[in-house]
Design a protein around this ligand. Structure first.
Ligand SMILES: Cc1cc2nc3c(=O)[nH]c(=O)nc-3n(C[C@H](O)[C@H](O)[C@H](O)COP(=O)(O)O)c2cc1C
Length: 161
């Protein structure tokens, strides 16, 4: 088994490298997929963009046995069920692994535009609950949610296999 990941700003990469260090599994960027035998089982980690796990399509022809989606929320946003449905993960194990983000002012291009629109939408909500306020703060100020403890469910699942 190996770990393959897709990461744009580095948070998923850190999760993947931490998991590799904890398990002794080899780790590859999705661009290095040609180095992975098609018979090899893969744990794939990718960052989530509007609920879609980035890079997943590139590994679909391989033996993906588990997928970790990384986002900024405390629990998967959209819900784990929605992420599983949107990414067709019914037949593989899904984990949500918290990632992080840089402050909005440091982003560029389409990502900055998309998140600016998202934050505008959140701010326009009349009843701002704690979750909405946290989301606004995370996007505006940046956040680092990567920590070893988040890998526990993956490690437990691996041990039980
Ligand atoms: C345009 C855009 C859309 C995003 N959509 C989601 C999302 O639907 N759910 C979520 O939890 N995080 C979302 N995020 C946050 C990223 O998934 C998060 O920052 C991730 O940890 C980045 O990983 P990376 O550093 O490996 O690229 C979004 C970020 C951007 C820029």
């Amino acid at each position: 088994m190996v770990i393959v990941y897709e990461s744009k700003t580095g948070f998923t990469k850190r999760n993947a490298e931490m998991l590799a260090a904890k398990t002794g599994l080899n780790v590859f960027r999705v661009q290095e997929l040609s180095k992975v035998s098609p018979n090899e089982e893969i744990i794939f980690l990718g960052w989530m963009k509007v609920g879609k796990i980035q890079g997943l399509a590139k590994v679909r022809k391989h033996k993906v046995v588990a997928v970790g989606g990384s986002g900024t929320a405390a629990i998967a946003e959209p819900s784990p069920e929605e992420v599983i449905a949107r990414n067709k993960l019914e037949d593989v194990k899904f984990f949500y692994l918290r990632g992080g983000c840089f402050p909005l002012r440091e982003l560029k291009g389409i990502d900055k535009i998309m998140l600016s629109l998202f934050i505008k939408m959140l701010k326009s909500r009349k009843d701002q609950d704690e979750k909405t306020k946290e989301s606004i703060s995370i996007i505006e100020n940046g956040f680092d949610g990567v920590k070893e403890g988040n890998l526990e469910p993956v490690l437990t699942w691996l041990k039980a296999r």
